[in-house]
Design a protein around this ligand. Structure first.
Ligand code: ATP
Ligand code: MG
Length: 342
């Protein structure tokens, strides 16, 4: 199996169908009905069963893991990754909060959460010091999944925060005061490195960078990594880049595998072995207010996010299923990460 196969690992090995190797518009090979009596239908059925067994066998972290999904490049899959990983982890039995920190409110939309202007939102938390508990809403359809929505007000927060006390650590304080037990908090950042993203970096311990498998994939990443260094040096010593996820991977193109190779050689162990394929189902799901995990559980997109979540959960307790390098890997020295990146 190629190291950057879309779907890797024990959970999906028995599933024979959803790979993306033939030509066509978009070949994510999703299935219209899990009950279809076709190989793909049976694959989907297996996947649904796998989802039904969610919650078994995956360790929950001892302490809440706060993960910041960031990349100042637009459209690389931050929001898609946030909501689908969050749903996958919740389906594994974890309690997960998504914080939508992007004025576009895409994560709120994708989770089916109302976020019109009057809804109490993360803006109220950051700017008005409203307790986080007063804005968090349960996500319909996925038990254990919650969302702090973003409304359009948040667009002004970038400016309004400038004059406020402790402007960089307002989200951190709100999270610390939140008393509900949580296994994961996933923060969806806007495509910029302003005060909203800084608030996320101060609040979190882990940075997850989605990288789209296209030309210029690494361009601009140096700036993000330097910001991570700055925040670690001055405001949050625990902060580190823990996870890189390759998104919109199209196994038919040489470019995708070249980018994947470059990213893997640069970041090494931080890169998840699972990459996310380009998939129509993934892009369709938000317009139904759903994650791909509920929209089409048998699709290649759902399976790959499910598998990525599994890797993240296992890594949280020090287990890496990297066959070549043994069961555990070491954290790359964060100070070497910016080398060779613009
Ligand atoms: N694996 C995928 N396959 C197909 N389409 C995808 C995939 N991942 C994301 N997309 C689509 O690509 C677009 C950008 O994705 P997304 O909104 O997650 O990126 P983003 O980094 O959050 O963007 P922004 O910087 O604007 O916040 C969306 O239309 C989304 O549906
Ligand atoms: Mg987004």
């Amino acid at each position: 199996m190629r190291s950057d196969a879309n779907i890797a690992g024990p959970m999906t090995e028995p599933v024979p169908g959803p790979r993306t190797e033939s030509a066509g518009e978009d070949v994510s090979r999703e299935t219209p009905s899990p009950m279809d009596d076709t190989p793909i239908g049976r694959a989907a059925q297996l996947a649904v069963e796998a989802l039904g067994r969610a919650g078994e066998g995956l360790p929950r972290p001892e302490q809440t893991r706060v993960m910041v999904i960031a990349n100042q490049k637009g459209g690389v899959g931050k929001t898609t990754t946030t909501v689908n990983l969050a749903a996958s982890l919740a389906l594994h039995g974890a309690r997960v909060l998504v914080i939508d920190l992007d004025p576009q409110g895409n994560a709120s939309t994708a989770l089916g959460i109302d976020h019109h202007a009057e809804v109490p939102s993360i803006y109220d938390v950051l700017v008005e010091s409203k307790p986080l508990a007063e804005v968090v809403q349960p996500v319909p359809d996925v038990e254990g999944l919650f969302c702090a929505p973003a409304t359009i007000d948040l667009a002004g927060a970038e400016i309004e925060l400038v004059s406020l006390v402790a402007r960089e650590s307002r989200l951190q304080r709100a999270i610390q005061a939140y008393e509900q037990p949580l296994d994961y908090i996933l923060i969806d950042c806007p495509p910029s490195l302003g005060l909203l993203t800084v608030n996320a970096l101060v609040a979190g311990a882990e940075v997850l960078i989605p990288i789209q498998c296209e030309y210029y994939a690494l361009e601009g990443l140096g700036q993000l990594l330097r910001n991570v260094d700055l925040v670690r040096g001055h405001l949050n010593p625990r902060l580190h880049v823990s996870t890189i996820l390759l998104t919109m991977y199209d196994g038919r193109t040489r470019l995708a595998s070249q980018v994947a190779e470059e990213v893997r050689s640069h970041f090494g162990d931080e890169v998840l072995r699972t990459s996310i394929p380009r998939s129509v189902r993934i892009s369709e799901a938000p317009s139904y207010g759903q994650t791909v995990l509920t929209y089409d559980p048998g699709s290649s997109g759902a399976l790959s996010y499910f598998e990525a979540a599994r890797e993240i959960a296992l890594r949280g307790v020090g287990v890496r299923y990297d066959v070549q390098h043994g069961a555990t890997g070491t954290q790359k020295d964060q100070h070497t990460m910016t080398e060779g990146i613009q």
